[in-house]
Design a protein around this ligand. Structure first.
Ligand SMILES: *Cc1c(COP(=O)(O)O)cnc(C)c1O
Length: 373
């Protein structure tokens, strides 16, 4: 069986380094807010090309606390509208509703799966205060167009970069475009800890300071509380794991790109639509982080069954769009035809930094031998 993602095998590749880092933390006697975290924060902000990085407990908190910080700073207030893709993982939207802000869902561009700039323009009202684009599957949203709209309407931009560590557009990485960017280091993400972890990147000094307080009970200074904060800290042990894994991220992304290329060149089936290649045009070079390699097929369930029979494990990201979830029952009657169509048709093929070319070719052959009903 070709497994979708073998985390044990991925982490085994750097096992000795991880053990050494664990030992360093155990022997330090210092487990929260120490050197490992500050080293990771400077390394990751440098990696993304942003001034600050603030480690938090997970990716959802990274998004939720950034919106919360903007409320504390008087830049957002309850009831303000935030434009967000209808086609995303539910965390992007939970961060908005948790802050009693109003998500305004916008359909994607079906060729990239990412939020459509024309859709954003049409959704702006006099209550809109922010845009939350998601770099879905590891491809950057159309950030030049999104930043232009934000500038015209004086909107904040929070990137959801949870799937896009190291992805770039015109040479600028995820995490360096918006006013702030939220990252997840959930174990299955391209940069994954060995547990939960997340971070925010930003160039804004005041926002960074507020976030540092919010993640630590609202306290800048021990026993002095400026805000009603939360406990959302990135532990030393996870920061140490991330310090090891960040060093290998670029080589691992390159390995993902090789698998993606084998799929792009090899899969040739009239019923299977491949994702767009990395080059959008001759002028804009997009470098895709290939967190997921997602194909579309009208007979998706039959294709998934066929691949399973051929020994290829696949997953669906995501089977139910947020507006059709029970958690958002008030939106269940809304209609987002492109988003709904995408959710019925998408299938994620195995892709990972440890996948070998022979296995990728077996996946290609399995796809090409699919017989439609
Ligand atoms: C994983 C993910 C998150 C949430 O990250 P966690 O660390 O699991 O909280 C948010 N947005 C997107 C798009 C994600 O894929």
């Amino acid at each position: 069986m070709i497994s979708f993602l073998d985390l044990k095998a991925i982490n085994s590749g750097v096992r000795e380094e991880l053990i050494e880092a664990c030992t360093r933390v155990i022997d330090s006697g210092w487990y929260i807010a120490g050197k490992e975290l500050s080293n990771f924060e400077s390394a990751f902000s440098r990696y993304c090309g942003s001034k600050h990085c603030i480690g938090v407990a997970n990716g959802l908190d990274a998004l939720t606390l950034t919106l919360r910080a903007w409320k504390e700073l008087g830049k957002l207030k309850e009831g303000d509208e935030v434009i967000v893709p209808a086609n995303t993982y539910i965390a992007s939207i939970l961060a908005i509703t948790e802050n009693r802000l109003v998500p305004v869902l916008v359909e994607p561009d079906p060729s990239t799966f990412n939020i459509s700039p024309a859709g954003i323009r049409a959704a702006v009202t006099d209550k809109t205060r922010a845009i939350l684009p998601v770099h879905l599957y590891g491809r950057l949203a159309d950030m030049p167009a999104i930043m232009k709209i934000a500038e015209q309407h004086n909107l904040l931009v929070l990137e959801d970069s949870a799937q896009a560590h190291g992805a770039s557009f015109d040479g600028r990485k995820a995490g360096s475009w918006g006013d702030a960017s939220g990252f997840s280091f959930y174990p299955g993400k391209n940069l994954g800890a060995l547990g939960d972890a997340g971070a925010i990147t930003t160039n804004d000094d005041q926002l960074a300071e507020t976030l540092r307080a919010l993640r630590n009970y609202g306290s800048h200074e021990k026993y002095k509380n400026l805000h009603q904060g939360v406990n959302s800290r990135l532990d030393e042990i996870q920061a140490a794991m991330l310090n090891v894994k960040l060093k290998h991220l670029d080589e691992q992304t390159a390995q993902r790109r090789q698998i993606a290329q084998i799929y792009q060149e090899g899969i040739n089936h009239s019923a299977i639509t491949l994702p767009l290649g990395p080059e959008v045009s001759a002028l804009t070079l997009q470098s895709h982080a290939w967190h997921l390699f997602v194909v579309r097929c009208e007979q998706r369930d039959a294709l998934q069954k066929h691949l399973a029979a051929m020994g290829v494990q696949t997953l669906i990201h995501y089977p139910i769009p947020p507006h059709q979830q029970q958690a958002y029952s008030q939106w269940n009657d809304l209609c987002f035809p492109l988003t709904e169509c995408i959710h019925h048709q998408v299938l994620s093929l195995p892709i990972s930094p440890i996948m070998i070319a022979v296995d990728a070719k077996r996946v290609v052959d399995a796809c090409n031998s699919f017989k439609q009903a």
